[in-house]
Each structure stands twice: as structure tokens, then as C-alpha cells.
Write a protein that binds this ligand. Structure first.
Ligand code: ZN
Length: 221
């Protein structure tokens, strides 16, 4: 008999296992430098790297923050598992297309800083808390996301010194571009927790830390 995935299975954040020494990573860094230098307005790494190298990229480099002129970010068919908070520095971003990136289950809260972002194309069935399946959010109180080579900053006030010695992570579902996306925020204090916006209706109505016991609203279908 087939075993169905119940709504109460714990889910876990995949650890960052990106190979940062290999050819794919080096090529991608070079491409980002070129795009920043030449002020590209469109960035589609798969086109330049070729499929074989592009498939070795599971995390976008922090260096994407240099792409301040890029309006369209095409990540179609990627093997990406995460995007760093640095995407918030891509202030020209209007179009965000990670369609059919089935391992991309969540996004950094910092994407809300991309104020011009109006178009997105996300494979929503893959995302945590999606409307149809209400898949569980990983418990970030026990297994927080660790960032590679990056001093964590508060997603609200951008400070690096959290109250009580540690940042707390929270999930919040917000309207980004043309989809409601699960965003992960790093929060320094109760004050910054209060400053998070109200989640989109039909989703968990407050910032939460996930886990299989987190109750989510039922879909009307
Ligand atoms: Zn803060």
C-alpha cells in the first residue's frame, strides 16, 4: 500500500552543500562580475553557463547584490535550493522568474526590499504553506537556516547585534510580485518582530517558526 504524506510530517531545511571551489561556481561569480560591470538589465545565468554547469548551482552567491541594474532575473529550471538575503540589494528588480525550480521552497524576507518587483513566476506547488497543499514549514526554532559567509543582519532594522545574543527566525507569507511567497525573516528583537507586516489573508495570520504542529488555514477546495 502506498503511504500518503500526512500533513504532520516534519520538514527540514536542506543544508547548504554548494561546491564553492568548482568550475560552475567560479564561472557564475565571473558572470556576476561581468553583468555588474557592464550594467546588464537582464540576468539569466543558465544561458551563459550552459545546462551542465547551471545544474550544479544550488545556492545563488551573495555577490548577486552587485546586480543593482538588473530588472529581470531568470532562474528557470534551476536546481536552486536557496537564494541569499542579498537579493534585497537588487533594487531595480522588476521581474523574478524561478519557474520550475522545484527545490526552491522559500525565499528571504529581504526580497521585500525590491520595491519595483511586480512580476514573478514561481512554481507554487513547491513552496512551504502553499495554498493547495499547505505543506509544512520547517521548524526554524530548532533548525535555523545558517548562511554561508554572511554576518546575519536583522531583516527589519539591519543591525548585526541581536538582543539576547541570537537572532530568531520567523516565517511569514506575503504577496511578492504575482504570488504569495513564504519568506524567512531574521529578527533581532521583539520590537522588530512587531514591525513585520500582517501576513497575507488565508495564510497563518502571524509570523511563526514552523514545525509540523503549526496550524495552517484550510483551503476552500
Ligand atoms: Zn531588528
Amino acid at each position: 500500500m502506498l503511504e500518503a504524506y500526512g500533513p504532520h510530517e516534519e520538514t527540514y531545511i536542506r543544508p547548504d552543500k554548494q561546491d564553492r571551489k568548482g568550475k560552475a561556481w567560479q564561472k557564475l561569480l565571473e558572470l556576476i562580475d561581468q553583468a555588474a560591470h557592464e550594467q546588464w538589465t537582464e540576468f539569466q545565468p543558465s544561458k551563459h553557463l550552459g545546462r551542465k554547469l547551471w545544474e550544479q548551482i544550488t545556492v545563488l552567491p551573495n555577490e548577486i547584490e552587485k546586480l543593482t541594474k538588473v530588472k529581470s532575473l531568470y532562474l528557470y529550471g534551476s536546481r536552486l535550493q536557496r537564494i541569499p538575503p542579498h537579493i534585497g540589494k537588487m533594487v531595480s528588480l522588476e521581474e523574478f522568474d524561478p519557474y520550475t525550480s522545484y527545490h526552491l521552497h522559500w525565499f528571504p524576507y529581504e526580497i521585500t526590499r525590491c520595491k519595483k518587483l511586480k512580476d514573478s513566476r514561481v512554481s507554487t506547488r513547491a513552496i512551504y504553506g502553499n495554498y493547495k497543499y499547505r505543506s509544512n514549514f520547517p521548524d526554524v526554532s530548532r533548525n535555523p537556516v545558517n548562511y554561508h559567509h554572511h554576518q546575519t543582519t536583522c531583516s527589519i532594522c539591519e543591525c548585526t547585534t541581536p538582543q539576547n545574543g541570537a537572532f530568531k527566525q520567523f516565517w511569514i507569507s506575503l504577496w511578492i510580485g504575482t504570488d504569495v511567497l513564504p519568506l524567512l525573516a531574521n529578527i533581532c528583537s521583539d520590537q522588530c518582530l512587531q514591525a513585520l507586516p500582517t501576513p497575507h489573508q488565508d495564510y497563518v495570520a502571524y509570523p511563526h517558526q514552523g514545525g509540523a504542529k503549526q496550524i495552517q488555514p484550510l483551503s476552500e477546495m
